[in-house]
Design a protein around this ligand. Structure first.
Ligand code: HAM
Length: 417
């Protein structure tokens, strides 16, 4: 294989130390917090029938139109690598997976979208997502947003901004579409090519187009809430009131749309200024979908882990490597000690001590270098002379002082905190 072939595929990455420590910390913090909020983990397949995503996310969305990795399985079925987590979790619920009508579920793992890779935009990326099933309720939406804010803060992120809007209910659709079309008047010529197409199939998407000329036009439109019924407006006002009570700073962004068609009522996005063009660190909303004859409704969000870790790094949050340093490094001063020292190594680990040893039979000097490289606090050294007397040398790696002791004392010293 050539060097280029040894690289991961474009837009995908190998994750390793030291960065992985930050990932693990975020995942750990998330698991602890999600349990406190009553969420249980669910792991669904990375590969699903493509029709699931078409049905759940929407035929006209960019994700379905342009970004799915499609493949045929051996039975000729059209499959897709999951571009997001909500659809798979809802399929599982619809299949009878959860016996609780108001299941609270979370997931962590890779998602795949065939997008043009750039900073913060990957083809394989990772999400921590939650889905709280249950009927439309402003309190449930506010709780979900509060959880997301709590989670990002617990991970160590500061300085993020929360924008919120409403999609209303499906019955609002025709008047929203008519309102946007009328509002645009004869100005559709001023829109980009994509937006002229969107105007026909999904006019809402014109509102969140990033092209400056489309933004200028969208800015002149009244907020979409004006085209919605009284019930949708009241629902949204109540969400805003509850977020205010919860002391969560939020900005109403009437142009926020979100690119997935399953949303109803509340939608939101969290951005971070350290991220550049791809600044959405997380997004969520209330959704409704029909799968297998079942009507499913819930509220949820997903955090993009690559972007969260990037923002944390830019904020100066460093991975904690001390947790993976061995406390002790065992050094065989002559090869004949290897067997006894291997037994000691395992005994220490069984008693909870992080311990390492060079098993390749290298020189004493090379083993001491390895102890230093590993960052061990102590080295245990034993050669033929010590073996004869039934003792060990315990060396403090930061001061260089050495003591001689028997096995019982050695173990005692090393298991002490
Ligand atoms: P989403 O906004 O498509 O929502 O994705 C959520 C987050 O995933 C984004 O805010 C971003 O941080 C990250 N993300 C998305 N695409 C990429 C990419 N190509 N590279 C890196 N990170 C990316 C959803 O996926 C919904 N399922 C969220 C949800 C759950 N709504 C309700 N429940």
């Amino acid at each position: 294989m050539s060097d280029a072939e040894l690289q991961p595929p474009p837009g995908m990455a190998d994750l390793c130390a030291p960065e992985i420590f930050l990932w693990q910390r975020v995942e750990e913090v998330a698991r602890q917090l999600l349990v406190r909020y009553g969420f249980l983990e669910v792991r669904t397949p990375l590969l699903e029938r493509a029709s699931l995503f078409v049905r759940a996310i929407g035929e006209a969305t960019d994700v379905v139109q342009k970004e799915m990795y499609l493949l045929q399985d051996r039975g000729g079925r059209e499959m897709a690598l999951r571009p997001e987590g909500t659809a798979g979790v809802m399929r599982w619920v619809a299949s009878g997976g959860s016996d609780r009508a108001e299941a609270r579920l979370y997931y962590m793992g890779p998602m795949f979208r065939a997008e043009r890779p750039q900073a913060g935009r990957r083809r394989q990326f990772h999400q921590i997502g939650v889905e709280a099933l249950g009927p439309a309720s402003p309190a449930a939406d506010a709780e979900c947003i509060a959880l997301q804010v709590h989670l990002l803060q617990a991970a160590g992120l500061e300085g993020f901004a929360l924008r919120i809007n409403t999609r209303g209910v499906p019955a609002d659709g025709p008047s929203v579409v008519a309102g946007i079309r009328t509002g645009l008047g004869g100005r559709s010529d001023a829109l980009c090519e994509d937006c002229r197409r969107r105007l026909a199939v999904n006019p809402l998407r014109v509102l969140d187009c990033k092209v400056p000329q489309c933004r200028a036009v969208a800015d002149t439109l009244p907020p979409v809430t004006e085209f919605m019924g009284e019930g949708s407006r009241r629902y949204f006002d109540e969400v805003l009131r509850l977020l205010h009570l919860l002391d969560i700073p939020v900005a109403h962004d009437p142009r926020l749309v979100r690119g997935l068609d399953y949303y109803v009522h509340t939608i939101w996005e969290i951005t971070h200024p350290a991220l550049g063009a791809q600044d959405a660190v997380a997004g969520g909303g209330r959704y409704r979908m029909q799968l297998g004859g079942r009507e499913l409704e819930g509220v949820g969000f997903a955090i993009g882990l690559e972007r969260l870790v990037l923002a944390l790094q830019k904020y100066g949050v460093r991975p904690d490597e001390s947790a993976v340093r061995p406390r002790v490094w065992i050094v065989a001063a002559d090869a004949a000690q290897m067997g006894d020292l291997l037994v000691l190594l395992q005994a220490l680990r069984r008693r909870g001590v992080a311990a390492g040893m060079d098993l390749a039979g290298r020189s004493l000097k090379a083993q001491m270098r390895a102890a230093n490289r590993a960052g061990a606090a102590w080295a245990v050294i034993r050669g033929a002379a010590e073996a004869e007397k039934g003792v060990f040398i315990l060396k403090n790696m930061s001061t260089g002082t050495q003591e001689v002791m028997d096995l019982a004392e050695l173990v005692q010293r090393l298991i002490e905190p």
